[in-house]
Write a protein of this length. Structure first.
Length: 490
C-alpha cells in the first residue's frame, strides 16, 4: 500500500482507539483523573533530559540544556498550576444564584505539534488534555517524528499504568500531510489544539472543527529611559539565547530610547552580543531571506553558525547578532520573526516614538502575541498596556520566559492564544479550563413581582392560571400581582 494510504489508515485507527479511550476516561472521577495526570507529569520529569537530547539530535534546533528546562517547565510548572483545578463532576455551586456548575470533557483532541519545541509541547498538551478528562492523538511534525513518538510512548505508558484506558494518548507514526488532514477533519475528533506554522494553524481552522491555534510572535522589546538598563539587557539576552530563540515569544527587535542608547549598546557588547557592520548585516539578511520567507536553515542555530552561513566570523561563543535597522516591512528580513539569535535594533527619541515603532513591528507579523517592556515609569507602562495590540505585555522580565508564565504569574502554557488580532479564538494561555465544557443547572429565579406575593416566578404564573401559553399571559400576571398588593393595602 502507498505511504499516504497507509498513513490515512493509521490516522483512522488512532481516532478509533482515541474515541474508545475518551468514552471510558470521561467517566473517571477527580481522584482517578488526578492520579493519571500526576503519573504522566512524573514520567515526563524523569525523561526530561533524554527527550531533550533526542529532540536536538533529530531536528538540529536549539540547545539540549534549554530543552531540558522546557520539558521540566511542562512537567513541573504546568502540572503544579493545573493539579488542583476541579475538572470533574460538580466544580462550583452558587447557592445565592441557584446555579450549579458541572464539568464535562470535550472528548478526543487532535494535538498538532511543531518541530521547534516538540517534546515539551507534547508533555504540556498531554497534561492539560488529560486533566480535563480528554483523550489526545498527536500529529507530530515529520522533522521531529522520533522524539515525538518517544515522548508520547513514555507518557502513554505512565497514563495506562496509573489506570487510564489504552489509547488515551496516541501518536501518528506516519505524519504525512494526508494523515494530518484526515485526523483534523475526522468526525471522531472533537477539538484541535494546534501549535506550529501559520499554514498548519490555518488548516486546523479550515477543518470545520473547533480549534485553538497560535499566531506568530514578532516581539518588540522597548527599553525606556526609565529602565534599569543592565537588567533590561540581561533579560533580553537570556530570552533571545534561550534554546537559540525558537520560542515564539522571544524578542525579535530592540526598540531603544535615545537617552539610554549608549549604555544599552555597551551592556549588549559586555554580554557577548555582536553588532554587525552594514556589510555583515546585509549578508545576514540574505541568509535570513528565502524567497520572501524565513530560511528554516537559521532556525534555532547559534549566532556563530549563522555568521558562518553569511561568510564572516564572530567569536564562537557570540550570544546574539544585532543589526541596526530603520525600516519595517516584507522586504526587510531583520524586521521579521527570525526564530534564531538575531535581533534588529531601532533607535527612537522617546516613548511615544517607541510606541509607534513597536506598533509597526507588531503589525508585521506579531499582532495579539507579546510585547516586552523595560521601564520603571508607571505612566509609560500603563500607556503601553493601553495602546499595544497584544495580549501579553511582559514588564522587566525575559519575554520568552515571561509570556509562558515561567517568570510571571501568567498561566504556565506552551500554547499562547493571540485573540482575533492574531487570527485566534482566544487571547489566553491555554489551560485545562479551555479544554472542557461547563454545564450549568439553573434554578427558577424569584422576580420582584413574585416576591411581593410571597412566591416564585413560577408560582406567580400559576396564580395567573397560566397552565397554557396564551397571548394574555402577561396581563394575567400583572392582574394577580396588583390584586395581591391591594389585599395587603399597598
Amino acid at each position: 500500500m502507498d505511504k499516504d494510504l497507509n498513513s490515512i489508515q493509521e490516522a483512522r485507527d488512532c481516532v478509533r482507539a482515541g474515541r474508545k479511550a475518551a468514552a471510558a476516561f470521561g467517566t473517571f472521577g477527580q481522584a482517578g483523573v488526578d492520579r493519571v495526570v500526576g503519573a504522566v507529569a512524573r514520567a515526563a520529569e524523569k525523561a526530561a533530559r533524554e527527550l531533550a537530547r533526542l529532540a536536538v539530535d533529530e531536528t538540529g534546533f536549539g540547545v539540549v540544556e534549554h530543552k531540558v528546562q522546557k520539558n521540566l517547565f511542562a512537567a513541573r510548572n504546568v502540572y503544579h498550576y493545573i493539579k488542583d483545578i476541579r475538572t470533574c463532576d460538580v466544580i462550583a455551586e452558587e447557592e445565592a444564584l441557584g446555579i450549579t456548575e458541572i464539568a464535562s470533557p470535550v472528548g478526543l483532541i487532535a494535538g498538532v505539534t511543531p518541530s521547534t519545541n516538540p517534546t515539551s509541547t507534547i508533555i504540556y498538551k498531554a497534561l492539560v488534555a488529560l486533566k480535563a478528562r480528554n483523550a489526545v492523538v498527536f500529529c507530530p511534525h515529520p522533522a521531529a517524528l522520533n522524539c515525538s513518538l518517544e515522548t508520547a510512548r513514555v507518557l502513554a505508558e505512565a497514563a495506562t499504568s496509573a489506570g487510564a484506558p489504552e489509547g488515551v494518548i496516541t501518536c501518528l507514526t506516519q505524519p504525512t500531510p494526508e494523515a494530518t488532514r484526515e485526523i483534523m477533519s475526522h468526525p471522531g475528533i472533537d477539538l484541535i489544539l494546534a501549535t506550529g506554522g501559520m499554514a498548519m494553524v490555518r488548516a486546523a481552522y479550515s477543518s470545520g472543527k473547533p480549534a485553538y491555534g497560535v499566531g506568530p510572535g514578532n516581539v518588540p522589546a522597548y527599553v525606556d529611559r526609565s529602565a534599569d538598563v543592565g537588567h533590561a539587557v540581561s533579560c533580553i539576552v537570556a530570552s533571545k539565547t534561550f534554546d537559540n530563540g525558537v520560542i515564539c515569544s522571544s524578542e525579535q527587535a530592540v526598540v531603544c530610547d535615545a537617552p539610554v542608547r549608549s549604555a544599552a549598546v555597551k551592556e549588549f557588547e559586555r554580554a557577548g552580543c555582536v553588532f554587525l557592520t552594514d556589510e555583515q548585516k546585509a549578508a545576514v539578511a540574505r541568509v535570513l531571506d528565502d524567497g520572501g520567507k524565513l530560511n528554516t536553515g537559521v532556525v534555532g542555530r547559534p549566532a556563530a553558525r549563522i555568521a558562518a552561513m553569511a561568510a564572516f566570523e564572530v567569536p564562537p561563543d557570540a550570544k546574539v547578532l544585532i543589526g541596526f535597522e530603520d525600516r519595517v516591512g516584507p522586504d526587510v528580513p531583520f524586521s521579521w520573526e527570525k526564530i534564531s539569535p538575531v535581533l534588529a535594533w531601532y533607535d527612537v527619541k522617546d516613548w511615544v516614538q517607541g510606541c509607534e515603532r513597536s506598533l509597526e513591528i507588531l503589525a508585521h507579523g506579531g499582532m495579539g502575541h507579546t510585547l516586552a517592556l523595560h521601564a520603571r515609569d508607571e505612566n509609560v507602562i500603563r500607556e503601553f498596556g493601553l495602546r499595544k495590540p497584544v495580549f501579553r505585555v511582559v514588564v522587566n522580565t525575559p519575554a520568552s520566559q515571561g509570556a509562558i508564565g515561567l517568570t510571571t504569574n501568567l498561566a504556565p502554557a506552551l500554547t499562547l492564544g493571540c485573540g482575533t488580532l492574531g487570527g485566534n479564538i482566544t487571547s489566553d494561555n491555554i489551560t485545562p479550563v479551555h479544554l472542557m465544557h461547563v454545564k450549568r443547572v439553573a434554578r427558577d429565579r424569584p422576580s420582584a413581582e413574585a416576591e411581593a406575593v410571597g412566591g416564585s416566578a413560577a408560582a406567580a404564573l400559576e396564580n395567573a392560571r397560566g397552565q397554557e401559553v396564551r397571548s394574555d399571559l402577561v396581563e394575567k400576571v400583572v392582574e394577580e400581582v396588583l390584586r395581591a398588593l391591594g389585599q395587603r393595602g399597598e
